[in-house]
Ligand binder design. Structure first.
Ligand code: HAM
Length: 418
């Protein structure tokens, strides 16, 4: 039996990096005032169709959607923003305090063509701030991402930012865009032509080379911003400049989800070939209302956790070595029984201890202790038990001491925790 295409096991040897990121994210995000939220993996299909947009790649062709036994249409979450907004509205969080900062880490599902950095089950680290319109919040989120990546030792990343405007300025941009597209119609793919009436903004995001070429000089939202959107974007830029955060204004960045307004951004890397976005985010000031809540400005981002780890594996060469505090070598039945109890007690005291119950020879067990990276080895055979002198060997210094059975556990804890 094999995993499904695009799904994968993350094996123990890769986990230390995942755990390192999780620890850093929890620590840093909590310092920035974010609270963890856990949302379901399965939601009504309608939630994603309405949030992400009916005429988007995700909703049209990438969602894992099925009918359950009662005929309800359900979808494995392709992203977290829609669910977090649903939760904010469902629990009337806005009534107690409209300003909320959430984060979550977990699996998402999109049926894309699998390749390096692109999976059908992948993980996101997601952060959302609801209830604040100020441009400082936009800068704050980009600053936060920058700080996280710095702490994780990531290099070679670049932040691409753009403003997508608001319902005020969108129509004049769309009109210009449609005029432009009309003139390039004969060079566009069928999918783009189909989307012309329904969602012209998506056409700029088409990945087909011919369309990209034809649309190279397409109008950009940035040239059609109303004064409020323009001021908003200027504050984001000047704030980041003052904080010394590098960014590139990228007029062509439109993102693949429909809910965005104003600031949108992506953090890109050169390490992952075609899958260059390690994180993406933006403002979505209309979504809470669209899903039935009160008008609430909002903004957030998601980091592709798998991609982040892949970049880290390529750039931070120092992978954490396997480590074990103590390896117990018990030779013979009586020593094995003692060893079993010692091991449990030491594990209880947070000492990383292992014992091998397979009855192997001293030589092969010493080899195993080395392989596991044990700092100390405890050797208990028939003689050691009779003489009440259990041998503790420091694997680095090769020094050995003898310990009495009655005081063995406290002595070991004292020595190992030193
Ligand atoms: P997104 O750009 O669709 O945004 O996804 C965010 C990140 O998830 C991407 O930059 C990428 O690193 C990672 N990602 C996406 N698809 C895959 C895949 N198939 N395999 C591996 N990694 C992938 C969102 O999902 C928005 N909800 C972000 C957001 C939050 N906007 C506002 N709040």
């Amino acid at each position: 039996m094999q995993t499904i295409r695009g799904f994968r096991d993350i094996l123990p040897k890769h986990i230390p990096l995942w755990q390192k990121v999780e620890k850093e994210v929890t620590h840093l995000f909590e310092a920035f005032g974010f609270k963890e939220i856990r949302i379901p993996i399965l939601e009504k299909t309608e939630l994603f169709a309405r949030s992400i947009g009916e005429v988007t790649d995700i909703v049209e062709k990438e969602m894992y959607t099925f009918e359950d036994r009662k005929g309800d249409k359900l979808t494995l979450r392709p992203e977290a923003t829609a669910s977090i907004v649903r939760s904010y509205i469902q629990h009337k969080m806005y009534a107690i305090d409209p300003v909320r900062k959430f984060y979550m880490i977990g699996p998402m599902f999109r049926r894309e063509r699998p390749q390096k950095g692109r999976y059908r089950q992948f993980y996101q680290i997601d952060a959302e701030i609801l209830g604040v319109e100020s441009a400082y919040v936009d800068s704050e989120l980009i600053f936060l991402l920058n700080e996280l990546f710095k702490r994780l030792g990531l290099t070679g990343l670049s932040a691409h930012i753009n403003s997508l405007g608001c319902p005020e300025c969108r129509p004049s941009f769309q009109k210009a865009l449609l005029n432009f597209i009309e003139s390039k119609k004969d060079r566009l793919c069928e999918n783009c032509l189909r989307r012309m009436d329904k969602n012209p903004l998506r056409i700029i995001d088409c990945k087909i080379a011919g369309c990209r070429k034809a649309l190279a000089d397409a109008p950009a939202t940035l040239d059609y911003l109303c004064n409020d959107c323009s001021d908003h974007f200027n504050i984001v830029k000047t704030t980041l400049e003052k904080q010394g955060i590098d960014f590139i204004v990228d007029k062509s960045l439109v993102r693949g989800l429909d809910y965005y307004t104003r600031t949108a951004w992506e953090i890109q890397t050169t390490y992952l070939g075609a899958q260059s976005a390690v994180a993406g985010g933006g403002r979505y000031d209309g979504l809470v209302k669209e899903l039935g809540g009160p008008q609430t400005p909002a903004i957030g981002f998601a980091i592709g956790f798998d991609r982040l780890v892949e970049v880290m594996e390529q750039t931070n060469k120092t992978s954490e070595a396997l480590s074990l505090d103590l390896f117990i070598i018990s030779l013979g039945d009586a020593a094995m029984e003692k060893g079993y109890h010692w091991s449990c007690e030491l594990n209880q005291a947070d000492i990383r201890t292992e014992i091998d119950f397979r009855g192997k020879s001293l030589k092969s067990l010493m080899k195993r202790a080395n392989k596991l990276g044990a700092q100390y080895v405890l050797i208990a055979g028939e003689n050691e038990l009779v003489e009440n002198a259990i041998v503790l060997r420091n694997m680095n210094t090769k020094e050995q001491v003898s310990l009495a059975i009655e005081t063995l556990i406290p002595e070991l804890i004292k020595i190992i925790k030193k």
